[in-house]
Design a protein around this ligand. Structure first.
Ligand SMILES: *[C@@H]1O[C@H](CO)[C@@H](O)[C@H](O)[C@H]1NC(C)=O
Ligand SMILES: *[C@@H]1O[C@H](CO)[C@@H](O)[C@H](O)[C@H]1NC(C)=O
Ligand SMILES: *[C@@H]1O[C@H](CO)[C@@H](O)[C@H](O)[C@H]1NC(C)=O
Length: 175
């Protein structure tokens, strides 16, 4: 699979890498994953240097590329702001590119894997009307996160996370 990153992404990657090299001894890493010791899921016990959350969002009520009745493909949802939320906290955000692709890189020191998988969601903040005026102006696309294996980038062990599946939700009282 082609590895495409924007220069700005590469720079933040390097910054994170340097910061990790400079500051973190292996034993300090291990202490960042207190919740992952017990039970199965051996791969989750690996020590990751980066979390990479990537996905593609399409302009539809479930964010997928369903074709309509005439077989016209749903366009991607470009320029959409995607927030990573854990509980009600916005941890970080990223905008989709014109092909609907977004990518979020996170330092594992910020949040642990079990929290990401159990307590965090992706929320598309930009209303669906901005890509299709016939879609609802209220309500947002939400998705939980799913672990999709790890990959090596140089000396970095990257945990790949993807949207588990977007669904449309009307505003929550606290939103
Ligand atoms: C998304 O919605 C379309 C129609 O609105 C449906 O055909 C498709 O199965 C849905 N996809 C998922 C993953 O729910
Ligand atoms: C499908 O094509 C027909 C005929 O061109 C058109 O009237 C209809 O609006 C189209 N439906 C959709 C969902 O685009
Ligand atoms: C999940 O990982 C597999 C194997 O690396 C890859 O082929 C697939 O494209 C990934 N899925 C997504 C949605 O990125």
């Amino acid at each position: 699979m082609a590895f495409t990153v924007k220069p700005s992404t590469l720079i933040s990657l390097l910054v994170v890498a340097i910061a990790l090299l400079a500051s973190a001894a292996p034993s300090a890493h291990a202490q960042q994953f207190p919740g992952l010791g017990g039970g199965g899921g051996g791969i989750l016990r690996n020590i990751f240097n980066l979390f990479r959350i990537r996905g593609t969002i399409f302009c539809s009520l479930n964010g997928t590329m369903a074709s309509d009745i005439n077989g016209t493909a749903t366009p991607p949802f470009g320029n959409a702001l995607v927030q990573l939320r854990c509980g009600t906290n916005v941890i970080t955000a990223s905008a989709t590119d014109p092909s609907g692709l977004f990518s979020i890189l996170m330092n594992p020191l910020q949040v642990i894997m079990s929290t990401l998988l159990n307590n965090c969601n992706l929320m598309v903040v930009t209303p669906l009307t901005s890509c299709n005026a016939q879609l609802p102006s209220i309500g947002r696309l939400f998705s939980p996160l799913q672990f999709n294996g790890s990959s090596l980038l140089g000396f970095l062990n990257i945990a790949n996370l993807i949207p588990g599946g977007f669904s449309f939700q009307l505003p929550q009282p606290r939103e």
